[in-house]
Design a protein around this ligand. Structure first.
Ligand code: FNR
Length: 185
């Protein structure tokens, strides 16, 4: 199967004016032609409940199918209380089941954290690196990217206006494209 590679870009915030969503969209814009970036939000994914596993809700099945059909997954997450938001953990739990049949299996993974603060959501990114290995394909380790000060990085139309940030995002997405290519050949 040739490029473009179909990438599910998961934005980990439900907020309308979410910086995470803006970062995800900016990465989609910066991505090379070898990636087809599909930015998804998690509004429609119902709570994981193990009781429903025998007869899963349609929204779980749709999300799992989307992941299965992809060539890679890019997580873009804010940090909530030194971890990832509950909605993102819920989506990961939904995608990880049934046991042994995670829809993330084999998918090359990228992780981007961001914060209006000075630590860039590094703890959220580290949490993802801790919980994903058993249920995904290879997680790109480098370059690392923890975007700080995203609160004033976008104009009213959502365009990225901080040039240094654009540069690190470009480096990251180019490296991720190579990572996806490597693990889909
Ligand atoms: C936060 N925020 C935050 N920021 C951070 O850098 N580290 C943290 O641990 C937390 N914790 C936290 C908990 C909760 C419940 C909220 C609502 C917020 C601030 C957070 O980075 C900020 O609200 C971002 O704007 C959230 O991302 P989005 O929605 O803009 O993508």
């Amino acid at each position: 199967m040739p490029a473009p590679w179909n990438i599910v870009v998961i934005a980990g915030s439900l907020r309308k004016e979410s910086f995470t969503l803006k970062v995800a969209k900016a990465l989609a814009k910066l991505s090379p032609a070898s990636l087809k970036m599909n930015v998804v939000t998690l509004h429609d994914i119902s709570f994981f409940n193990q009781d429903l596993e025998a007869n899963p809700p349609a929204d779980w099945l749709a999300f799992r199918e989307r992941l299965q059909k992809s060539n890679g997954v890019l997580f873009v997450t804010p940090e909530y209380n030194r971890s990832i938001p509950g909605v993102l953990k819920n989506a990961i739990d939904v995608g990880s089941r049934p046991y042994g049949k995670s829809s993330f299996l084999g998918k090359p993974i990228g992780i981007v954290s961001n914060s209006p603060g000075v630590l860039g959501g590094v703890n959220a990114a580290m949490n993802l690196k801790q919980l994903l290995p058993g249920i995904t394909g290879p997680i790109m380790g480098q370059p690392e990217i923890y975007l700080v000060g995203v609160g004033d990085a976008f104009d009213a139309e959502g365009n990225l206006t901080k040039e240094p940030m654009q540069k690190v995002m470009q480096q990251f997405i180019d490296a991720f494209a190579a990572w996806v290519e490597k693990h889909n050949r």
